[in-house]
Design a binder for this molecule. Structure first.
Ligand SMILES: NC(=O)c1ccc[n+]([C@@H]2O[C@H](COP(=O)([O-])OP(=O)(O)OC[C@H]3O[C@@H](n4cnc5c(N)ncnc54)[C@H](OP(=O)(O)O)[C@@H]3O)[C@@H](O)[C@H]2O)c1
Length: 281
């Protein structure tokens, strides 16, 4: 089976390729190989490679940049998936499209399942939701895989900021009214690999189990590293950013659970494995 990964140079895409390369013939594409906003290029790329499965992990993930540059957000996060879905439909490839907890407004006060109604509160979330809808209505065979707060080795993120601040003894700024489900890219890549051969469709949430605030995440990293540094705790109202974040956007893997195939570990276990591997503690 041949699997083409758009976003194959990113944080998650790199681990998807790593997880799948012994089992499947993998084709990696970053923006240099194929710009997903260029419909004709995407069509030709899929036509040339003729994959059985296409994974779209390409996105603009800078939430604040999306807020100030709507067109770029909607081009990459909505038109991009549409272009890919059209090609998948026409060349009979199954599409696995990666999406986000930020499609929800965070007002439910409990973890979101696939049956909850999205209502994004920032441009990133709106562009990702439109991407989902364009995939769903394209006529392609699709799975949408929503995840949250990814950490892993192939790009810097909040966990690295915290671990490096602890190592260097510098202050950490952490927001307490931001809660979600931290997810290790390696664990998510393993779940995606397991989903590839299944002839499934629909929306799936795939996160490490449980949830925490950014502050609780910092506390857990300090526990794992057995070292502390000063933490400035803030509310979102004090942490001035262009884009609002949902207050509670944790996801539960309900679809995977109903199918008895939810193998994702808890977030504390996943965080420990990552910190031990990356920071040698
Ligand atoms: N990171 C998170 O915390 C998080 C949370 C929830 C959901 N997600 C979702 O998970 C997926 C993967 O995120 P990630 O964190 O792995 O992203 P990432 O590290 O920021 O990587 C983004 C990828 O998209 C590619 N890309 C960007 N613009 C492109 C374009 N115009 N044409 C083709 N490729 C383009 C990049 O290619 P180049 O590097 O070659 O330019 C890169 O491979 C995304 O769908 C994201 O929305 C992420």
């Amino acid at each position: 089976m041949k699997v083409l990964v758009f976003g194959g140079t990113g944080l998650l895409g790199t681990d998807i390729i790593e997880a799948c390369k012994d089992e499947y013939k993998m084709v990696k594409s970053g923006s240099a190989e194929c710009d997903i906003t260029d419909a004709a290029k995407v069509y030709d790329f899929v036509k040339t490679h003729r994959p059985d499965v296409v994974i779209n992990s390409a996105a603009i993930t800078d939430v604040d940049k999306c807020e100030s540059d709507h067109d770029t957000a909607f081009k990459i996060n909505a038109m991009g998936p549409k272009n890919i879905a059209i090609a998948c439909r026409d060349f009979n490839a199954r599409l696995m499209h990666i999406s986000t907890d930020y499609v929800f407004d965070g007002k439910k006060g409990d973890s979101y399942s696939e049956f909850d109604k999205p209502n994004p509160i920032n441009v990133y979330g709106q562009s990702k939701l439109l991407g989902e809808e364009l995939v769903q209505t394209s006529g392609a065979k699709y799975m949408i895989i929503r995840t949250a707060w990814i950490f892993g080795s192939h790009r810097k993120h909040f966990v690295d900021y915290v671990a490096e601040s602890i190592t260097n003894g510098t202050e950490i700024v952490a927001v307490k009214d931001m809660v979600s489900s931290p997810t290790f890219s390696v664990d998510l890549a393993d779940t995606i690999k397991a989903l590839i051969p299944l002839n499934q469709y629909g929306v799936f949430h795939a996160c490490n189990k449980g949830y925490c605030s950014r502050v609780q995440m910092v506390e857990e990293i300090m526990k794992i590293m057995r070292k502390t540094t000063r933490v400035q705790v803030m509310n979102q109202s004090q942490w001035k950013r262009p884009a609002a974040r949902p207050v509670f956007s944790a996801l539960k893997n309900y679809h995977l659970h109903l199918m008895d195939i939810d193998t994702m570990a808890g977030w504390r276990d996943a965080l420990k494995r990552y910190i031990k591997y990356k920071y040698n503690v």
